[in-house]
Design a protein. Sequence first.
Length: 277
Amino acid sequence: MARRARRGHQCYLEGQDELHLRQLTLVRDLQEAVTQDQLTLVYQPQLDARTGRLSGVEALMRWHHPSLGFIPPDEFIALAEHSGHIHRLTRWMLNKVCAQLHVWDRQGCSLVAAVNLSAKDVTDIDLPARLRACLAEYGMGPERLRLEVTESAIMQDPEHASRQLEELRRAGLRIAVDDFGTGYSSLAQLKRLPVQELKIDKSFILKLEESADDEIIVRSTIELGHNLGLAIVAEGVETTAARALLERLGCDTLQGYLISRPLAAEHIVDWATHHQA
Ligand code: C2E
Ligand code: CA
Ligand code: CA
Ligand code: CA
């Protein structure tokens, strides 16, 4: 009699169980992901908006799970953070990026790489030493890395995060606030943060040419950022109209599918030579 209702309920539970099982499997397998070479990095070109030249790349992690296939980073990074695996992943990523920069150097292509840090990384007291060691191993200066940290990561523990970011900044690393506009940091907090760049979240950029509101938000963010001495990066640039508008508004750096999808490391030099006018 109450069958239908029960079935509905069961479905819900089954859905929950499935999700839970997937998460447990992923957390279990994260350990091996690093040691068994299941992780890779792809690199998305970033352009200098004024010259149209390649100014850097953002390193983005990919996980090809042996049975579950491609796992989106938004999914496994969150799981890695909650399960304590994130430090291992970040260590692997930083090493890989520095090694790759070194390879590109030898191919005559000297680039700056933006790397993503999670909330746990930002407050990890070993991070500055690890970054120094990584750069030193490949004989590279701190200006070769840009650290991208989200507003929400900083705001989880603002005091600790600010102190740590200050130390990194003094060591010569560039720091960008990622996904800017999606968090709740006040202007006062922003002014106190030791950052050099704001990366406007792609949710404001994707429909920029259709939305008067987004245009106002982007225009004021660029103005505000510039007045505070910060460089502005736009991500999610998908159309020529959005690109033209961002150029007109004085945005400093452009990143998005219009310019390029994230690429395998071996395609970056080729891409750069074909896109340098
Ligand atoms: P994010 O740092 O905001 O990275 C930008 C995301 O936007 C990337 O997704 C990128 O592929 C995507 N994207 C770039 N251009 C466009 C565009 O024109 N249109 C649209 N719709 N999307 C665009 P991805 O690679 O799936 O990464 C998702 C998130 O996973 C990243 O967001 C970042 O938060 C996290 N992530 C990726 N790699 C790492 C990593 O090595 N460490 C940490 N902690 N997080 C990472
Ligand atoms: Ca990022
Ligand atoms: Ca972002
Ligand atoms: Ca994001």
